[in-house]
Design a protein around this ligand. Sequence first.
Ligand SMILES: Cc1cc2nc3c(=O)[nH]c(=O)nc-3n(C[C@H](O)[C@H](O)[C@H](O)COP(=O)(O)OP(=O)(O)OC[C@H]3O[C@@H](n4cnc5c(N)ncnc54)[C@H](O)[C@@H]3O)c2cc1C
Length: 493
Amino acid sequence: MGEPSSSDVVIAGGGPTGLMLAAELALAGTDVVIIERRSDQTVDGSRAGGLMPRTLEVLDQRGVADRFVSEGQLHPFVGYGGTTLGVADFPTRHPHLLALWQGDIERILASWVLDDLGVPIVRERAVEGLTQDDAGVDVEISDGSILRAGYLVGCDGGRSAVRKAAGIGFPGVDATTSWMIAQVDMDDPEVGMRPEGGGIGPVDRVNGGSPYGVVLKEVEPQPGGAAPSLDELRAALRVAYGTDFGAREPRWVSRFTDMCRQAQTYRAGRVLVAGDAAHIHPPQGGQGLNVGVQDAVNLGWKLARVAAGTAPDSLLDTYHEERHPIGAQVLKNTLAQVALATGGDRHQALRDTVFELLAMDEPRRRMAGMMSGLDVHYDLGDGHPLLGRRMPDLDLSTAGGAVTVFALLHEARPILLNLGDPGAIDLGGWAGRVDLLDCSMVGPWELPVIGEVPAPEAVLVRPDGHVAWVAGPEAPSLPAVITTWFGPANGSS
Ligand SMILES: Cc1cc2nc3c(=O)[nH]c(=O)nc-3n(C[C@H](O)[C@H](O)[C@H](O)COP(=O)(O)OP(=O)(O)OC[C@H]3O[C@@H](n4cnc5c(N)ncnc54)[C@H](O)[C@@H]3O)c2cc1C
């Protein structure tokens, strides 16, 4: 098959964010292509080590969560600043962290997106520049060709060429601390976490043994330094443990820092950024990949509709409005976690105090809600507590039988659930844009962190699983809300 010369949407970068965005666009029928620098999906080193509850939920909304769950290990907690926060009591079908390395996550994602959904990917090419006009973007590819796109999304990682070429600022906090990270063979090392963060653990979490993953905070921080050598790693191990455990055969040795930066805007005209291209931060708490995938799920359905001309261009602005605050919150909580993992008596006292607070139920639930992604709330105005929050995966009864909310979201289409009198809602000219289901639900409506909320008469659920409207005396008119998110009724202009 020849390479395309134009596409409605070009995605730069086929990492976790780019793949998830491609899936969302493909489900909506958008013409999309990924340009990817790597020759295959192999990931250097371990990188991300797991999927958070909300990420598992968004994958479940597309019917593919089981593919990931069947290959990893479930833990009833998430990490925070050197301690763990229980999530087992949250009302979700995924009250756990799924331990799974990024290489496996990308392999499973790629098999769904590239093989099952058939998204084309052009490998061993990089996006190097862009020029945008009112009608589209000329995307400059490393082989000298130009690809014409309606929209370009930079999912090309922390050093994003797209972000730079679009002139999007990347302000933040400079690095003060650095860690070595490596995978090496070792003889019976001391496995476990260290008080200042990091530690040693087998790469194969099920069978154990060599090779081991090592993360070591550096005594002399190297904020801008290149990858360390094996000798430097050995020396650092001797400082930390008194021995280097015979470290040898490095599979991978690298360094990361506590630098935090966030794109000033997630949108510059027809160019958008998502994932690490939009926010970078240290890996404390294991959030980067998760937030990137969730960026993609927020952006995908909006971009699909704007690219197709069925929704107003302003819909794309809501991507920045909704996701930028989430990214800012992640930067803030990773900075706090780095501070908590700092050595010395004063920080030990801080750690003891914070951990004492987190042992209490309310603080634990608040922080676990944030780290798990289950507390995400987009500001869609005042109203019912469901508004802007994730729709719970409830068991619904319908005339056609039992169905779960997430099963209704597999095709990434908006759905209006009428929980009141059957036939009470008529979608009129929006019938093709939004699905309507008469249904009922027996049992409590419960949200993580918040608890039980009043049962609604009707809810409009966006393709990303967030609630856009809840029926009620104070609620805005349904046609106005549908027009905002999904465009005017068929036949109107
Ligand atoms: C040590 C470490 C531990 C981590 N632990 C966790 C964790 O436990 N949990 C977690 O959620 N996250 C973790 N992360 C973060 C996670 O790895 C990233 O947040 C995640 O990979 C971001 O995905 P992305 O798709 O946005 O970017 P990337 O994974 O960086 O993917 C970008 C893609 O774009 C390609 N590319 C780059 N430039 C171009 C270009 N110009 N043109 C075309 N293609 C291009 C690259 O080849 C790559 O495939 C960790 C990271 C590190 C370094």
